[in-house]
Design a protein around this ligand. Structure first.
Ligand code: PEP
Ligand code: MG
Length: 884
């Protein structure tokens, strides 16, 4: 039982009944005015769903234990805790309203789940300002979860100021002896129930990242702590890093151990997940690639180019001065080897401030990196860059991993700085993974190195690796991390070579996106090549030659020149319009999301902007943009386009495109919910404000309006009518063109009806593919199958063009398919006359168009409609129109 330390402090409480001997006094866990439960601004609490209790409006960022007891639960997100008192009262402590959505931002738990605490011990520290800004209310709740067993007989008066750990806030009394005993018995059972099970791992490759992440999900929601044990090592199930560190391979027998009220069910769920067979699963597999990364030994022996679809074999016996590698990005380069000084960022060991303030610094840095990664994932998904989205999603999971965060906190509590603690926590985990001698796990170690650097940078430490590079630098490293690559001086670097990594490594995917020739998995032999040595990187053929003969250098330079010549020819012609050899004009426009993109589009010769994704302009905001903010953003972009037209799409938010200012209840099936134009059904104000802003842009004929996610003509007619009204109100007399996105199968099938009322149609193949094939566009495991060249999608493109032609309207494609060189001839052949692509792809797509014969494309596109798979379409296209 807890006793008040100072009886005089009870003066703010209103005694309901006289105290009796068995009463339990709960001291205020927070400092601030008391708030009656009925006034807590959340019906879940005020309605008593979590039990009877009281609120406190905190004035200090510290939550302390209200009584002696055991902390049976600390929310993963750090915003809530439960304490069970010695008498069996379950006391829920919840900081702020709706704070679970902050995902841990601003909260720093100071104790571990399971800890025995004394009244007044600090449980959680929190950043009041941050939470007050981000959450609906800071009012916090103390609720008695087993109010059926304990009644509140005394509570602080409303508005009375209570002091954390000092003022008694509530007095509880067991409802009757029997109930109290039952509650104690129940809590005793709940704490001691234990379940164990042994299972043999069926996952191909064992307990790797994806199964580990699934296991973590399987255990969520159970009132139990579960750990997995293997060969003397153990890991809590919520730690993906810890689970990887067990090194349990396919066929290994592990033990699952659970404790808590639902231990048996939780252990069962985890066991089922571990025994689930994963046919043909390969971790981190980049899109459209079917073979797993070869192990380094295989690479050295075979010199196989595994990453390129046009894989070719290096000579079985390598020439002298030659190393084999795996092609991560094709191309040829000549240059001087420069070791990328991957010197670690070295933070000071000792903390300057208190442990609590260092802990808060770490939380802030982690939260900042998490937010950065979140927006990177979002942008990548929206651009259809599924591979990159997957990489950074894994990084977000690692960032919140309890094994890392707890280890860092331990070091902080010993007086180390936040940066030092974080770096050491990651280093020791990397050491565990490296010792496991497993290529896939080694790739996860690279992910850890990357999040280590990101967090250290967010803590304000500079990267020693930033330095001057010579011209024609071929950078070598053990393995580059994605954040290394994002800060490269692209003008001086001609190629990347790595001792480690595989075709599945993230650096490989990003090198491809940068367009730099890259080799991975070259082995330690790479490190024996001296800095400054001249080298030839023939990434396409998986070969790296050091100190080559003059003749070889000459030959390589010729090939580089040929490829560069192709790029330069494309670039030079990029400002002219593109037409096929037989004179069919095709507009090559750009998809943009920012003013910078608009400038890049102009530099690369885009004829127009085919899609401005306006939702991305306002993605990080807490409030919806005003009419004038809309106008200003579009005006600056229109001005930058110097006379080119811009197709401006109205906000396409909802589903995978979340924005902070949209607070709608979560939908069970968001991709099929209130997204795109449908949002106007519940938030017409958002669309109206945007249209008003759009209609104020000068000159109005530089702008065309595009409506996303339209399903049928009724929807279009309604919005179009409103646009006309708003234009009249704004005093605009010039006609404004309105087009419709074709990204729902119904819209493609009803294209003739839509074209009657629209000025043009623009096919969004990203969504059209998703909805036609019923494959989530953000699901990495379906990336290879969710192919817009599927004949079913092509038939809908065909139906769209035919429907539009009935009314003399034009059709464009603004989905990622428009920038796929194998798709271009087919889209042109089906009658599409505008292709809107990434700004940097414009020159190559224009060049591709100029090499086509429209009549031939028409015939072959019709043939493609009869093929039975996307793969068959790709093969046919490649053979008719080979790639450079
Ligand atoms: C599409 O769906 O193809 C499209 C261009 O729109 P977004 O990718 O923005 O959904
Ligand atoms: Mg879309």
């Amino acid at each position: 039982m807890s006793h008040p330390a100072n009886p005089a402090a009870t003066s703010t409480a209103t005694p309901a009944v006289a105290r009796s001997a068995g009463d339990i006094v709960l001291f205020a866990p927070l400092t601030g005015p008391a708030v009656p439960l009925s006034d807590v601004p959340d019906p879940v609490f005020s309605g008593g769903m979590f039990g009877d209790g009281i609120g406190v409006d905190p004035l200090e960022g510290k939550l302390v234990a209200p009584c002696d007891g055991v902390v049976t639960h600390i929310a993963r997100t750090g915003h809530a805790a439960t304490i069970v008192s010695a008498e069996g009262a379950h006391v829920l402590l919840h900081i702020g309203i709706d704070t679970v959505g902050l995902n841990g931002k601003g909260f720093a738990p100071m104790i571990e789940q399971g800890a025995q605490v004394r009244a007044g011990d600090v449980l959680i520290e929190f950043d009041q300002d941050l939470i007050a800004r981000a959450a609906p209310s800071l009012v916090s709740v103390v609720a008695i979860a087993n109010s059926d067993a304990f009644e509140i007989v005394e509570r602080s008066s409303a508005g009375g100021r209570v002091k954390a750990g000092e003022t008694p806030l509530l007095v509880l009394r067991a409802r009757d002896g029997a109930a109290g005993a039952a509650a104690r018995a129940a809590s005793a059972v709940a704490v001691t129930e234990e379940a164990r099970r042994q299972v043999t791992l069926a996952h191909a490759g064992g307990l790797h990242a994806r199964p580990a992440a699934r296991v973590r999900e399987a255990a969520r929601g159970f009132d139990a702590r579960v750990e997995v044990r293997y060969e003397g090592r153990k890991a809590p199930v919520e730690s993906v890093v810890g689970l990887l560190g067990l090194g349990a391979g396919e066929g290994a027998t592990v033990e699952i151990l659970g404790t808590g009220a639902q231990a048996a069910a939780a252990v069962e769920a985890v066991a089922n997940e571990l025994m689930r067979e994963a046919h043909g699963e390969h971790e981190g597999k980049p899109a459209r690639q079917s073979s797993p990364a070869p192990r380094q030994a295989d690479v050295a022996a075979r010199g196989v180019n595994a990453a390129s679809p046009s894989a070719s074999h290096a000579a079985a016996v390598l020439a002298p001065n030659t190393l084999a590698g795996v092609c991560a990005a094709p191309g040829v380069a000549v240059g001087k080897l420069v070791r990328w000084d991957d010197a670690d960022i070295v933070p000071p060991e000792l903390a300057e401030g208190t442990s609590a303030s260092e802990s808060r610094r770490l939380d802030k840095a982690i939260a900042a990196v998490d937010a950065e990664l979140n927006s990177t994932v979002r942008d990548a998904s929206q651009r259809g860059a599924v591979g990159a989205a997957g990489i950074f999603t894994v990084h977000r999971v690692l960032l919140e991993d309890p094994t890392l965060v707890d280890a860092a906190r331990d070091l902080i509590s010993l007086g180390k700085s936040a940066g030092f603690a974080w770096r050491e926590a990651i280093r020791s985990q990397i050491a565990v993974l490296s010792n496991l001698d497993d290529a896939l796990l080694a790739e996860r170690a690279a992910d850890l190195r990357d999040i280590s650097k990101r967090v250290l940078r967010a803590l304000g430490y500079a990267n020693a690796a930033v330095r001057e590079l010579p011209d024609e630098a071929v950078l070598s490293a053990d393995e580059f991390t994605p954040s290394d690559l994002s800060s490269l001086d692209r003008t001086r670097v001609t190629a990347l070579v790595m001792a480690r990594g595989g075709a599945t490594s993230h650096a490989a995917i990003i090198a491809r996106q940068l367009g730099l020739p890259a080799l991975v998995a070259m082995g330690d032999a790479l490190h024996r090549v001296e800095e400054g040595t001249q080298v030839i990187v023939d990434a396409t053929h998986g070969r790296f030659e050091y100190a080559p003969s003059a003749r070889d250098v000459e030959r390589a330079r010729n090939e580089c020149r040929r490829l560069a010549g192709v790029r330069e020819t494309n670039r030079r012609a990029s400002h002219q319009v593109a037409a096929t050899r037989d004179g069919r004009g095709i507009e090559v426009a750009s998809n943009i999301a920012t003013l910078d993109d608009a400038k890049t589009a102009v530099d690369n010769g885009a004829d127009a902007v085919g899609l401005l994704r306006t939702e991305l302009l306002f993605i990080h905001r807490q409030t919806a943009p005003s009419v004038d903010e809309h106008r200003q953003s579009y005006q600056t972009i229109v001005d930058a386009l110097a006379g080119r037209t811009a197709i401006i799409r109205t906000l396409d938010v909802g589903a995978d495109k979340e924005v902070d200012y949209l607070t709608l209840p979560p939908e069970p099936n968001p991709a099929l919910g209130l997204r795109g134009i449908r949002l106007a059904q519940v938030r017409p104000d958002l669309l109206e404000d945007q249209l008003r802003g759009l209609l104020a842009v000068q000159p109005l004929n530089a702008v065309r309006i595009l409506l996303p996610m339209v399903t049928d003509a009724g929807e279009l007619v309604r919005v179009r009518r409103r646009i006309d009204e708003l234009a009249r109100e704004a005093g605009r007399t010039e006609p404004i063109e309105v087009g419709v996105m074709i990204e729902v199968p119904s819209a493609a099938l009803l294209a003739d009806q839509l074209a009657q009322h629209a000025d043009f149609l623009s096919i969004g193949t990203n969504d059209l593919t998703q909805y036609t094939l019923a494959m989530d566009r953000c699901q990495p495991e379906l990336a290879a199958q969710a192919d817009g060249l599927h004949p079913a999608v092509l038939r809908l493109v065909d139906a769209t063009v035919r429907g539009a032609q009935k009314h003399g309207k034009w059709v464009g494609v603004c989905g990622a398919l428009a920038g796929d060189p194998l798709a271009v001839p087919l889209l042109v052949g089906l009658g599409v006359t505008e292709l809107s692509v990434d700004p940097v792809s414009v020159p190559a797509i224009k060049a591709r168009v100029r090499n086509l014969d429209y009549q031939q494309c028409r015939q072959r596109a019709q043939d493609a409609l009869a093929l039975d798979s996307a793969q068959a379409v790709r093969t046919a296209s490649r053979s008719h129109w080979p790639l450079d």
